[in-house]
Design a protein around this ligand. Structure first.
Ligand SMILES: Cc1cc2nc3c(=O)[nH]c(=O)nc-3n(C[C@H](O)[C@H](O)[C@H](O)COP(=O)(O)OP(=O)(O)OC[C@H]3O[C@@H](n4cnc5c(N)ncnc54)[C@H](O)[C@@H]3O)c2cc1C
Length: 397
C-alpha cells in the first residue's frame, strides 16, 4: 500500500508545497491536493481586481496548470480532520484518508467583535470579494455627483488596506469618477510596526493620490451608512458616512480550524508549528498564514506571501523526509525586503538583491520599485507554472 500524502489549500503555501512534494516523493507515495477552489490565486495581487476585474485571468491559475498529472486534485472545503483515524472530512460528507497531512488553508478576516463590521463591510480575501468591491464602487460612483461624491472607506492600513486604497484611487482617476477615499488606521501611523521612513514614503504617495488618511483611533462601530471612529464614555465618536466600506484590519484562522484537534492559539485558532512545520500531531504539518511557525522564543513567522512561499518549499521537503524517516530541516524566515504597490507606483524597503546584496538606499520608489513589484509576482507565477504564463501576466501585475 503506498503512502498517502494530502495537502490542504491552494494558496502560496499549498501550491509551493505541492511543487516540492512532486519532486521529492518516491513511487511508493501518492499525492492528493484538496482545496475549495480549482485555481491557485496570487492573493497578494488581488487588490488589482478592484480597479480592473479582468486582471483575474492573470492571477487565478488553473490547478491543472500548477500540478503534475500524477497528483490527484479534489475540489472541496475541509471541515474537520480526524487525527486518530487520519481522515480529512469535506463539506458534503466526502472524506480523504492520509498518512501525512500538510495543512495550508490560509487565514480569514478578523472583525474583533466590532459591532456591525462583519455585517456591513466588504472583506478582501479572494476573487469574489474583489469583484464585489469593484461592482459596489462602480455603482456608488454612478449614483454620485461632483457635489456629492461617493464615499469609499478602507479600514486597516496594512499591506492589503494600503494597496487597496491606491487601487480605488486609480479606478477613480481612470474613470473620472466622483469618489472620496478615506483610509482609517487605529494605530498612530499607517503600516504599523514598520520603519518610519517607509511609513512616511507610503503616506506621501497615498496623499498624492488624494487619499485622506485618518490614524490614531479605532473603528468602534459600523451601521448601514456610518463608520464610527473612537469615542468613549465622555466623548462622542467621529462619524464617517460611507457608500462602500472595505475592512482589511486583521487576520485570524479559518472558521473550521477550531474543530481540528491540533494545538492552536485560543483566540486566533492558528496552529502552533515547530520550525520544521510539525504540529502537535507528528503526522500533520502546517504552513503559511494558518500556522504560527516558531522562530525562536516569543517569535513566529509573519503572515505574508513572502514567508509562505519560502516556507512551503521546506515544509514540502520535510513531509518527504518524515516518510523516509530522515531528520527534518528547521526553517527560519529571512526577510528579503518589502515592496508595496501604490497603484501604478510602488515603494520598496530594505530589499536585498542577489549578488549586490542590500541596496544602498533603504526606501525607494519609482521605476525600479515598480519593476521589482512586477518581478516578484512574475517570478512566483513562473515558479508554479512556467515563464509563458508569467510573461503574459506581466502587464497586469
Ligand atoms: C489584498 C492583499 C494584499 C497582500 N499583499 C501582500 C504583499 O504585498 N506581500 C506579501 O508578502 N503578502 C501580501 N499579502 C498577504 C498574503 O497574500 C498572504 O500572507 C498569503 O496569501 C498567505 O499564503 P497562504 O498559502 O498561507 O494562504 P492563502 O494564499 O490565503 O491560501 C489559502 C488557501 O486555502 C484555501 N482554503 C481555505 N480554507 C480551506 C478549507 N477549509 N478547505 C480547503 N481549502 C481551504 C483557500 O481557498 C486558499 O486557496 C496580501 C494579502 C491580501 C489579501
Amino acid at each position: 500500500m503506498s503512502t498517502q500524502v494530502v495537502v490542504l489549500g491552494s494558496g502560496y503555501a499549498g501550491a509551493g508545497a505541492v511543487k516540492r512534494l512532486e519532486k521529492e516523493l518516491g513511487h511508493d507515495a501518492e499525492l492528493t491536493w484538496v482545496a475549495e477552489n480549482d485555481y491557485h490565486l496570487v492573493l497578494h495581487e488581488v487588490h488589482r481586481c478592484i480597479r480592473d476585474p479582468s486582471v483575474e485571468s492573470s492571477i487565478a491559475i488553473p490547478i491543472d496548470d500548477v500540478k503534475s498529472a500524477s497528483t490527484t486534485f479534489v475540489k472541496g472545503r475541509a471541515t474537520d480532520v480526524d487525527v486518530d483515524e487520519r481522515v480529512v472530512e469535506l463539506e458534503g460528507g466526502d472524506t480523504v484518508d492520509y498518512d501525512y497531512l500538510l495543512v495550508a488553508i490560509g487565514s480569514s478576516t478578523a472583525f474583533f467583535g466590532i459591532d456591525g463590521l462583519e455585517e456591513f463591510a466588504h472583506q478582501l480575501k479572494g476573487l469574489d470579494d474583489a469583484r464585489e468591491i469593484h461592482q459596489d464602487i462602480k455603482q456608488a460612483a454612478t449614483d454620485a455627483s461632483r457635489d456629492d461624491p461617493a464615499q469609499v472607506v478602507i479600514g486597516g492600513a496594512g499591506l492589503s488596506g494600503i494597496q487597496s486604497a491606491a487601487e480605488v484611487a486609480e479606478y477613480r482617476d481612470l474613470n473620472r469618477a466622483p469618489i472620496d477615499i478615506k483610509l482609517v488606521e487605529g494605530m498612530d501611523e499607517i503600516f504599523p510596526g514598520n520603519d518610519p521612513e517607509l511609513q512616511g514614503a507610503l503616506r506621501r504617495r497615498l496623499e498624492e493620490l488624494d487619499i485622506d488618511i485618518l490614524t490614531g483611533d479605532f473603528i468602534s462601530k459600523v451601521d448601514e451608512e456610518t463608520v464610527f471612529i473612537g469615542g468613549g464614555e465622555d466623548e462622542a465618536p467621529e462619524e464617517l458616512a460611507y457608500d462602500v466600506l472595505v475592512w482589511t484590519g486583521g487576520i485570524t484562522g479559518q472558521p473550521e480550524a477550531s474543530d481540528l484537534e491540533l494545538e492552536q492559539d485560543e483566540r486566533s485558532h492558528r496552529f502552533f508549528a515547530e520550525e520544521d512545520f510539525q504540529t502537535s500531531d507528528e503526522r500533520v504539518f502546517a504552513v503559511g498564514d494558518c500556522a504560527l511557525v516558531e522562530q525562536g522564543p516569543d517569535n513566529v513567522a509573519p503572515p505574508t506571501a513572502q514567508a509562505a512561499w519560502d516556507a512551503a518549499d521546506v515544509a514540502g521537503a520535510n513531509v518527504a523526509r518524515a516518510i523516509d524517516g530522515q531528520p527534518l530541516e528547521r526553517w527560519s524566515f529571512t526577510d528579503k525586503g518589502t515592496v508595496i504597490s501604490i497603484g501604478e507606483d510602488a515603494v520598496a524597503h530594505n530589499v536585498k538583491f542577489p549578488v549586490v546584496g542590500e541596496f544602498p538606499v533603504n526606501v525607494f520608489g519609482g521605476p525600479l520599485a515598480k519593476m521589482l513589484k512586477k518581478g516578484i509576482a512574475a517570478n512566483w507565477i513562473a515558479d508554479v507554472t512556467g515563464v509563458g504564463r508569467a510573461a503574459s501576466a506581466w502587464n497586469d501585475l
